[in-house]
Design a protein around this ligand. Structure first.
Ligand code: EPZ
Length: 422
């Protein structure tokens, strides 16, 4: 397994370009199932999860090609309406093929995603919504089988706002007969980006980005050429990197309007974040002067759970105590044990982490456990004294495109050591 070697303590400078959003790309790729012909998606990041979704679609019979940052997907000749366990278990977002397949073919067989490191992450709300639209759902041997002559519009209330649940149901409703209303819908920018792309395909969706989304079903959708939004979590990650290393960097190709909670909270720690013509100018405060701050992770527009681990790494060296409350996932503190190995002073009780700032962190061998936990170890290592070796960075590769190249370009001392071929 590849690992990252990072020697911390260096001040960074220069510019970093943010890649397209992984969590916008994945539902948009699944939505190509809804229409025949070749869809062109632009600004797609080159990530492991994107490759997995491509495998899922190719396994169904889609023709896929990558040309200069463009992903071309033609689902005109899909022959297999299944998403198999061996692919879904590596990436739970494969479940996003369920809604589009039922909508287009009236049949879908998708492996239940199973658990994940950060929590049980059930999909009951995805299935409840499809049943309300008339799908017959059966669970057998770890698979969901969904059947429907033609889905019909329905009013669906999600008692928890679910990002991929909202996306699955929005895609299913786009070709249903009649109008669907999703109440307590997820409001994330990636949900809105999917709605915009579906409307470009000919769908009739209003309210995306708010908590009530209305979808008037149509009979057919057509392929599009569409550029996806930038990644707000990658942007937030680079702001914490600049903050913890006392650096002055320019973050380009980002959307500050997608990350007001992140920007406000990180400003509270003393990081200067200002909008310039071609990006966000981020200046971290001098070593030892970061302020502590408290966060509670919430659905958008609140502080996102996907930034919780990176935030904890940052405030490990703040001048005071920060309280972090994780309300979305039940087991999203696995980075804490690794940060403690670097000298962090963090106590966990139930879903609350108490982070008492320390003078500085010390480099150590640590292990990535999930995508954002691995990002938090990179943040910490860049400020730690001495060398940190981060193992199992395949977790990082799921959501960050060439992060070591981007950090090296900023002057960071980071390199990837390829695992010896087994
Ligand atoms: C999406 O996951 C993101 N993934 C996650 O990003 C992100 O952490 C999460 O939203 C929350 O923002 C993608 O978009 C591909 P949820 P998702 O359904 O849709 C519960 C990353 O780091 N729930 O919004 O799976 C669930 O257990 C990844 O990029 C149900 O109970 O998350 C959780 O507690 C990690 N039943 C809460 O809702 C359901 O049917 C929110 O989950 C669905 C969800």
């Amino acid at each position: 397994m590849d690992r990252l070697l990072i020697t911390g303590g260096k001040r960074l400078s220069g510019e970093v370009e943010i890649s397209g959003a992984k969590n916008a790309a994945l539902p948009l790729m699944a939505s190509t199932i809804l229409c025949k012909g070749e869809t062109v998606l632009r600004n797609i990041p080159n990530l492991k999860d994107i490759n997995t979704m491509s495998q899922v679609l190719a396994n169904m019979g889609a023709a896929i090609s990558v040309e200069g940052g463009c992903l071309k997907i033609n689902t005109g000749s899909l022959v297999n309406k299944e998403a198999p366990y061996e692919l879904v278990k590596t990436m739970r977002a494969s479940v996003l093929t369920l809604g589009p397949m039922v909508a287009r073919f009236g049949y879908a067989k998708v492996s239940l995603p199973g658990g994940c490191a950060i929590g049980a992450r059930p999909i009951n709300l995805h299935l409840m919504g499809l049943e309300k639209m008339g799908a017959k759902i059966t669970l057998s041997r770890g698979y969901v089988v969904a059947k429907a002559k033609r889905l019909k519009g329905a009013t669906i209330f999600c008692d928890i706002s679910t990002v991929t649940g909202t996306e699955n149901l929005m895609m299913a409703a786009a070709l249903a007969k009649g109008t669907t209303v999703i109440e307590n819908a997820a409001r994330e920018p990636e949900v809105e980006d999917l709605a915009n792309s579906l409307n470009a395909m000919g769908a009739k969706i209003t309210g995306a980005g708010c908590s009530v989304i209305e979808i008037e079903g149509v009979d057919e959708l057509h392929p599009i050429d569409y550029k996806i939004i930038p990644d707000r979590i990658e942007t937030g990650t680079f702001i914490t990197i600049a903050g913890i290393t006392g650096s002055n960097i320019l973050i380009k190709n980002c959307r500050a309007d997608h990350m007001l909670a992140i920007v406000e909270k990180l400003r509270e720690t003393g990081i200067s974040i200002t909008e310039e013509a071609d990006g966000l100018r981020v200046v971290g405060p001098p070593k030892g002067t970061l302020h502590p701050a408290d966060i509670k992770t919430m659905p958008f527009p609140g502080f996102p759970t996907d930034m919780q681990a990176q935030f904890i790494a940052l405030v490990c060296v703040a001048a005071g105590t920060s309280i972090v409350k994780e309300t979305i996932f039940e087991n999203r503190y696995m980075h804490v044990a690794e940060l403690r190995r670097m000298g962090a002073n963090i106590e966990i009780e139930d879903n609350i982490a108490t982070v008492r700032g320390v003078e500085g962190l010390l480099g150590a061998p640590v292990m990535a456990t999930d995508l954002r936990a691995s990002a938090s170890l990179v943040v910490a290592a860049l400020a730690a004294e001495g060398e940190t070796v981060i193992d199992r960075i395949y977790h990082l590769d799921r959501g960050y495109e060439k992060i070591e190249d981007k950090i090296s370009k900023l002057g960071g001392d980071i390199r990837r050591v390829k695992a010896a071929r087994a």
